[in-house]
Each structure stands twice: as structure tokens, then as C-alpha cells.
Design a protein around this ligand. Structure first.
Ligand SMILES: Nc1ncnc2c1ncn2[C@@H]1O[C@H](COP(=O)(O)OP(=O)(O)OP(=O)(O)O)[C@@H](O)[C@H]1O
Ligand SMILES: [Mg+2]
Length: 281
């Protein structure tokens, strides 16, 4: 458990999902989900495909609206705000202020192709936070150095590898100094040899930051290394949660046991296949 959790235990959670239900037409994707995330806590979200992990992240980013229930960020309602002592529907300004506390990195990097790496990272600093170009550049170079891309600032996304592009996307989110970062399967579109460099960057951020992190991942070893708490979702609910040791070494529910054994089998097959391909067997 990181020190941050200890020191922040008395504060209200940085994120609270309160009885969140989300349906798409007749399909209930999340069913009265309750989830509190503490300041600085690192959460790994695992579960089968279609179990609603991305939807959990998109709701927090206000890219989806809940069918019912509420979400609080840093003690404030996401969709509502106080006005003259009454709770009213949030206006754009309120949403913008709450959203500023949240950064997200997606599976596909979503970089601006027509901007340089530096341009991609300074864009929101200049146009959202109203920093001067000089201030924004200084900040961006600091962050790009942290993710090992100081030599690429003048390049365009098309000139970078997938791993480098993903590190730019991480830098672009990080530079806004969010209180919560969401990483949604950020390595699943990468060639296997590029996965490590991106995970290492995220591990570095996790180790030093008092930022809360939600890591949606199929990389179980990574989840085990980085997370304070692992959450397993299936069928629209949290089926089981606990420390990485509890979840990976002593899973209680049959659904989690099946999920992990399938995953381990897939992993073993993958290793065997690559050994065969490499002519080892
Ligand atoms: N905009 C949408 N319109 C209709 N259905 C949607 C929409 N977004 C998600 N869904 C459905 O909601 C369910 C959960 O999707 P979600 O993307 O949250 O799953 P996930 O756990 O992230 O899966 P994966 O591991 O494959 O990324 C899926 O059945 C999906 O088809
Ligand atoms: Mg997803």
C-alpha cells in the first residue's frame, strides 16, 4: 500500500461511484456499481471483455452519462452543482473544472497528427490553461524528458514508434497535473516488444506520484506490481476486490478463478507459441 493512502485515509475519496447504473438500450452494462477510490490510490481494473471497464472510465471522463446514480470527484458532484443552496444540473464551467482533475490515456493514442510532439503536449496548456507559449514549452519539455522523449520534441507522431506515441499520450495527460489518471489498455495496440517501455513509464509515475490511478489492463503481472487494489468486474458488478496478493493468489469467487485460469492458459500458450516460432521447441 502506498504511503499516500495512509496519509489520506481521513479525506473523502477522490472518486466515488455511487450506485451507478449504465444501460445501452436494453443492455445493462453497469448495475448499481459502488466504488470509492482514495487519494493517491492505484487501482487495477480487470475483467472479461465487455464487462464494462471502459464504460467505468468513460463515465468519469463525462464521455458517457449514467442512466442512474451519481459520481463524485474530490467531494464534488460530477453532473450536478450547488447553486443558491440547491443541487442543480452542472453547467459547462462546472464540468470543465471537474474534468480538469482527470487525465486519460486510451488504447489508441489519439495524438494530433499535424502537430509536433511538443505541439501535442503544449496544446491544452496554451488553449485550456492559458499558459504562455514559453511557460507551456518549459513544462512540456520537463514532462517529455521524464518519459524519455526529449530527443523527439520536433518530430511528428508519424515519425515515432507505437511505444513512443503512447509515451507522448501519457506526457500530454500528465502535463495537466490531474489528480486522477485513467489508463485504458494502453499497451494492447502495441507490438509486444514495445509494451515494456510504456509499462515502465507508468510504473515510474505510479512510484513517485500522489495521483490516483485507474489502470484497466490485461497485463496481470503489471497489475500485481503497480496496484494497491485490484478490482474484478463481471456482469456489471464488482465481483471481487482485494490486494494483488489476495486476488491473484487466493481468488474466492468461481468467476474470478475461471477468468484467471483462462488468462494463465492464454499466457502459457502464447509463451509456447513464441518459443515454437523462435525455433526453441
Ligand atoms: N456507446 C455504446 N453503445 C452501445 N453499446 C455500448 C457502447 N459502449 C459500450 N457498449 C457495450 O457495453 C458493454 C461494455 O463495454 P466496455 O467497452 O465498457 O467493456 P470493456 O470491459 O472495456 O471490454 P474490453 O475488455 O473488450 O475493452 C459491451 O457489451 C459493449 O458492447
Ligand atoms: Mg475496454
Amino acid at each position: 500500500m502506498s504511503q499516500n493512502i495512509q496519509s489520506n485515509i481521513s479525506k473523502s475519496p477522490i472518486v466515488r461511484y455511487n450506485k451507478i447504473t449504465k444501460s445501452f438500450d436494453a443492455q445493462i452494462v453497469l448495475n448499481e456499481l459502488n466504488l470509492d477510490i482514495n487519494h493517491g490510490e492505484k487501482i487495477a481494473l480487470i475483467g472479461p471483455s465487455g464487462s464494462g471497464k471502459t464504460t467505468i472510465a468513460r463515465l468519469l471522463m463525462t464521455l458517457e452519462t449514467p442512466s442512474s446514480g451519481t459520481i463524485e470527484v474530490d467531494g464534488e458532484q460530477l453532473w450536478h452543482m450547488q447553486s443558491r443552496g440547491k443541487l442543480v444540473r452542472a453547467n459547462e464551467k462546472h464540468l470543465h473544472n471537474v474534468r480538469k482533475k482527470i487525465g486519460m490515456v486510451f488504447q489508441h493514442f489519439n495524438l494530433f497528427p499535424h502537430l509536433t510532439i511538443l505541439g501535442n503536449v503544449t496544446e491544452a496548456l496554451i488553449h485550456v490553461l492559458n499558459l504562455s507559449k514559453a511557460q507551456a514549452t518549459k513544462k512540456a519539455i520537463e514532462i517529455l524528458t521524464r518519459v524519455g522523449l526529449q530527443d523527439h520534441i520536433k518530430h511528428y507522431p508519424s515519425q515515432l514508434s507505437g511505444g513512443q506515441k503512447q509515451r507522448v499520450a501519457i506526457a500530454r495527460a500528465l502535463v495537466m497535473e490531474p489528480k486522477i489518471m485513467l489508463f485504458d489498455e494502453v499497451t494492447s495496440a502495441l507490438d509486444p516488444e514495445l509494451v515494456g517501455e510504456v509499462l515502465d513509464v507508468i510504473k515510474g509515475i505510479a512510484a513517485q506520484g500522489d495521483m490516483a490511478m485507474i489502470l484497466i489492463t490485461h497485463e496481470m503481472d503489471f497489475a500485481r506490481d503497480v496496484a494497491d487494489r485490484v478490482i474484478f468486474t463481471d456482469g456489471g458488478i464488482i465481483v471481487e476486490q482485494g490486494t494483488p496478493k489476495e486476488i491473484f493468489e487466493n481468488p474466492q469467487s468461481p468467476r474470478l478463478q475461471t477468468f484467471l485460469s483462462r488468462f494463465l492458459k492464454g499466457h502459457t500458450d502464447q509463451v509456447a507459441n513464441s518459443r515454437i516460432a523462435a525455433g526453441i521447441e
